[in-house]
Design a binder for this molecule. Sequence first.
Ligand SMILES: [Zn+2]
Length: 476
Amino acid sequence: MGQAEKVVVVVFDGLRPDMVGAHMPVLQAFLDDNLRFSNARSVFPSLTRVCTTSVSTGMWPGRHGIVNNAFHLSGDLQGRLVDTADFAALWGLKERSGAIVTSASMGERLASSGRTLWTMHCGSAGSGLLINHAARENGHQTFSIHGAVATLTPEIVPEIVAKCGPIPEQDLPRLDVVAYTGRIATEFALAERQADVTVVWLPEPDTSYHYCGIHSAQTQSAMRAADLAFAEILETISRGTFASTTAVIAMSDHGQIATEALVDLKNILRDDGFKAGGAANGDTDILMTGGNMGELRPISSDVGLLTELGHWLMDRPEIGMVFADPDLIDGALPPSAVFQTHARSAELIYVMRSRDEEGPRGIPGIGPYTGGVPLGGGMHGGLSDYEMNTVLGISAPGARKGQVDDTPASLIDIAPTVLDLFGMDLDCDGRVLPLFEPEQEDATVEELRAARGGFAQRLLRQSIQGRDYLIKGGRL
Ligand SMILES: [Zn+2]
């Protein structure tokens, strides 16, 4: 512990580890030369705002409270979906339930010892808030690509514009946004008033995977742009005052799989007599969300309806996993198995049925989805290997070099590992990753299975140092 003066975290949103080698030579060299965690994993659901909050708190969603990218609130089911991308929705969540994030964050912990955190999260406005939700109170700096109205410290925006030029349009692929974010990092955040911890969250290749396809030429150009931004960040660090005392964490938050069939789950439910809908109105009994996974929340506390819904899901060929209280829905796995134990967690969560088979251009990972991107685009949220496996490589003063560690690691380990580099700790779900020596303990494997009729599902977890990790899951 206590090995670094500065930490720089670079997140490549959505980047699959198996796609680094072909398009990102600088990142590949960084991973080869330093300590790479080959069994790094996302959280569930593997969605950006959930992931962002797990990075910022070291907690599973069951503790930090951002239980989905968008969710309804039980006990307050007025049809107002909490879309965590949206600043106003997050402030509304605070008003309705007392807090946005319900556990301590890395930013708060750093601030408690007078340390600083500079975040540039260039995904949604909500993500920019969740990466350090108490930035303003703690005197930290934060920036969102959506400008002053979506930045907790809006006074920083004119300074950045003066130095780096106007904020670019959100074109597809996000080449300009990636380059601009790299410029803020190198010409501003790492050049002047460098914070103790700097987090640079690039929106690619996630956006291109979604809208152009995992296999597309646009996606490859987005990966190259992200690699170039990373190269410039590394170069800036190497020329700076803290070159030999800076730790660098390069990572992604989840992967993606290709969509192969659009399933209109809402209308299939309605055809079978379940009044499902995305918003409460006179004709809706069940509030739902979708994508590669989603929630189903009966508006009334009708246990019979919940059981019926759960069994209906298991009878559908497009459904991969069902999480609910097994005493109410036999064949379900308990939400606690995926750390969905928050008061905000849905009673019934489904995951679409994905396959590890090859999709377009031979890239493995494919499955049906309920909407959100064009058919053939990439999607995530589920528990398949290609959604859960993330990129994670770390260089730190004195850390192991040129090694691959296959012990389980996850987004929840980032905050405690960063803090430990300053000799600080964080009471959280994650562990301090073994940067300096391998752990003297093998991870144990736990397989959870549940079945009903022709439906059978399995969830693989691992444990090490008393911490549990989600590896992958799916329908058998
Ligand atoms: Zn993401």
